[in-house]
Design a protein. Structure first.
Lengths: 310, 241
């Protein structure tokens, strides 16, 4: 591999395949992540996100395929101190205080950040002298984030970092991570919260049943799923003649209002105005990421929506 | 980026585990006083009973201390800490060295307390005998530290205490730590156990005799085999197959 390639590639995975017993966890994942990119691995539970992350971190060996981190095998990247991670079930050891835990994590890395700075950044300062076993869920999460960042790694990998955290805690967490990403770090995180992926990632890799079903910026994924809808007030027109318009896939009527689901919203709009000049209150909107998610993953249960009071 | 901080914190954590420490250090002491206290003028195998039983209880106490210290790994594992360590630059070797050192550091006060208890019951030894006894006991403990680590890797956290207790009692009884009950083929078998040599350590030192080559070889073989198994258990544990 030439020096140029090494510089260009953060994480490169080729054809990752891994099964546990008869369960195919991932089948043929190809992924190329540039240094400095922030990438969300989005998918329903059991889609293969954690397996992919375990392989990138060198915790798990793929049955087939290969992965490199900054041009070297994951284990070498980890040993060089280039990688910091927050695992789904990695809690601080007992019998230490939070500050000691973060100090311990810092000691493993060649160029760590200052422990106090990281405690302050993550908001773990307030309970730095508390025992790791006595932390609330939100506090433990902050301590773990501090531990993942204190080594000053180039690649930060987070496996469902905000699971079980309240909305406020989640926003604070992403505020911190935004700062980390702004320093040019490569960030990979797994989530099943659409809003997180949409708001924070440069790029979303949508995973379902062990495969990548879409890969691109959030807007591109929404577009790829294709569905856009038009709402309008249009009484006295039967549903059948609306469905016959070019670009329209399905029509719903709610009293005087109609909702057209479109494969080609532009064509549908043009013909709607041409055919029914009496149409009023026309409103076109793009598909939501949630609709794209459902369409692309074919997941009946859907992703878990963020528990905000929307 | 050396492992010094890790080793220091590992030892700190071990000595902060007060409940476990108290039990580990107190149990052999209580046993010693309650049994040897009433037999302080008796003799066994030609030596005073308090001295004879002190060496056995020292071996038992140190075994108990080291196996339970290694076993604390089960807690690290259940909290996901062993897996988290795998994604830091810390070497597995440093991790193991830290555990072994911590276990030895708990064994030392366990031995010292028993020796002190022996002295209060009239045990008299010269410096060379104390040193040799301590040295042989520490050497004989190596396999037990590794057994503790393996238990920590294999046994779920809530089954750890009975597992540690059971393992230590079985090895102690068979090895003759509480007194030798065996002869013939059974004695020959128990000589293959590391606990036999641990029990033997105290007695060998009383007359200032080292272990025979057989003892050194057996302890070395147990240590090497268990170290290999501990490494396997470590790998099985931290990777998801």
């Amino acid at each position: 591999m030439s020096a140029v390639d090494v510089e260009m590639v953060g994480v490169k995975a080729i054809d990752l395949t891994k099964s546990y017993g008869s369960v195919q966890a991932v089948s043929g994942i190809d992924l190329s992540i540039a240094p400095g990119e922030t990438v969300a691995l989005l998918g329903p539970n059991g889609a293969g996100k954690s397996t992919t992350i375990d392989i990138i971190l060198g915790l798990s060996r793929p049955d087939r395929g290969s992965v490199s981190v900054f041009g070297v095998p994951p284990a070498s990247a980890v040993r060089s101190g280039w990688v910091g991670g927050m695992l789904q079930s990695g809690f601080p050891p007992d019998l230490l205080k939070v500050r000691e835990f973060v100090t311990l994590m810092a000691s493993y890395y060649p160029h760590p950040l200052r422990v106090d700075d990281v405690l302050r950044l993550t908001g773990a300062q307030e309970f730095a002298d508390r025992w790791t076993k006595k932390l609330s869920g939100g506090q433990a999460q902050r301590a773990r984030v501090a531990a993942a960042l204190v080594g000053n790694p180039d690649l930060v990998v987070l496996d469902e970092p905000t699971a079980g955290i309240d909305v406020e805690g989640r926003h604070e967490f992403w505020e911190v991570m935004r700062g980390v990403a702004a320093q040019g770090k490569t960030v990979i995180f797994a989530t099943h919260y659409l809003e997180e992926a949409d708001a924070f990632a440069d790029r979303i890799v949508l995973i379902a049943r062990g495969r990548i079903v879409a890969d691109g910026p959030a807007t591109e994924i929404k577009a790829k799923a294709g569905s856009r809808s038009i709402r309008a007030t249009l009484p006295h027109v039967d549903v059948e003649s609306l469905r016959a318009l070019p670009g329209v896939v399905a029509v719903e009527r709610h009293g005087d209002a109609v909702v057209l689901s479109c494969s080609d919203a532009d064509a549908a709009l043009a013909s709607l105005f041409a055919t029914f000049p009496e149409v009023r209150d026309v409103e076109a909107r793009g598909g939501t990421l949630e609709e794209a998610f459902l369409e692309l993953t074919g997941d009946e249960n859907g992703p878990r929506a963020e528990e905000t009071g929307r | 980026m050396s492992g010094a901080t890790h080793v220091r914190y590992e030892i700190l954590r071990t000595f902060r585990n007060h409940r476990s420490l108290v039990v580990t250090l107190a149990l052999p002491l209580v046993l010693y006083y309650s049994i040897a206290g009433g037999n302080r003028h008796a003799t066994s195998a030609g030596i005073s009973f308090p001295l004879y039983f002190m060496t056995g209880m020292a071996a038992y106490g140190a075994m108990f201390a080291t196996v339970s210290t290694g076993g604390h790994l089960a807690v690290d594992r259940s909290r996901g800490w062993t897996r988290q360590l795998r994604i830091t630059p810390l070497r597995a070797r440093t991790e193991m060295v830290a555990k072994v050192l911590a276990a030895y550091l708990v064994a030392l006060p366990a031995l010292a307390l028993l020796f002190l208890a022996g002295v209060t019951l009239g045990v008299h030894l010269d410096a060379a005998q104390w040193f040799e006894m301590t040295g042989l006991l520490l050497a004989g403990l190596a396999p037990f530290i590794l057994m503790g680590l393996i238990l920590g890797h294999l046994v779920p956290g809530d089954a750890l205490v009975p597992a540690v207790g059971g393992l230590v009692v079985v090895f102690a009884l068979l090895g003759g730590v509480f007194g030798s009950f065996f002869n013939g083929a059974m004695l020959a078998f128990t000589k293959l156990l590391p606990s036999y040599w641990l029990a033997h350590a105290g007695k060998a030192a009383l007359v200032l005799g080292d272990w025979p080559a057989e003892g050194w070889i057996l302890v070395a073989v147990w240590t090497v085999v268990l170290a290999f198994l501990a490494a396997l258990a470590y790998r099985r544990d931290t990777g998801r197959v």
